[in-house]
Design a protein around this ligand. Structure first.
Ligand SMILES: [Fe+2]
Length: 159
């Protein structure tokens, strides 16, 4: 998932900013990271998580991931208020969270969901105003959403 890769890269910027000892650099790196993280988590909750939550077997796992989203937001707020001691915990929590999604939920979703489900995931995600208005629910957008669920692998179109 490209956004996850970008987030990992931004955590490197946050580490370097913290190590520079420059609070303004930390604030700038955090805002850059959060400008991607916040819409990303919101879109996950609005799209994929909403559809997956309908399945009883995913309910608890999705709730846990949503709680982690809230925790990440709270830690970002602490850093924003000047508590740079939280940065290591924040980055570790973010990496752990993305690993759970990349290697747990997303592959499981690719197995669980079918074509119409993915169309709904895309439609719900694209109806999120924080994602901008450039996306469409075209077949290629649906294929992209399906492929994004399994990083590094393409998912065949339903027949
Ligand atoms: Fe997430």
């Amino acid at each position: 998932m490209t956004e996850h890769e970008d987030l990992v890269n931004f955590t490197g910027d946050l580490y370097r900013a913290r190590d520079s000892g420059d609070p303004a650099a930390v604030a700038k790196a955090l805002e850059r990271l959060d400008a991607l993280l916040h819409p990303h988590t919101h879109a996950e909750e609005r799209g994929l998580f909403t559809v997956l939550r309908r399945s009883r077997e995913f309910h608890e796992h999705v709730d846990g991931l949503c709680a982690e989203h809230a925790g990440l937001g709270a830690m970002a707020d602490e850093i924003r208020r000047g508590d740079f001691e939280v940065i290591d915990e924040f980055i570790a929590a973010l990496r752990d969270h993305m690993d759970k999604e990349d290697n747990g939920l997303f592959p499981a979703a690719a197995i669980e969901l079918e074509g119409p489900d993915w169309e709904e995931v895309v439609a719900l995600t694209e109806s999120d105003p924080s994602r901008g208005a450039t996306a469409t629910s075209s077949p290629s957008a649906v294929a992209s959403a399906r492929s994004a669920a399994i990083p590094g692998r393409s998912v065949p179109e339903p027949t």
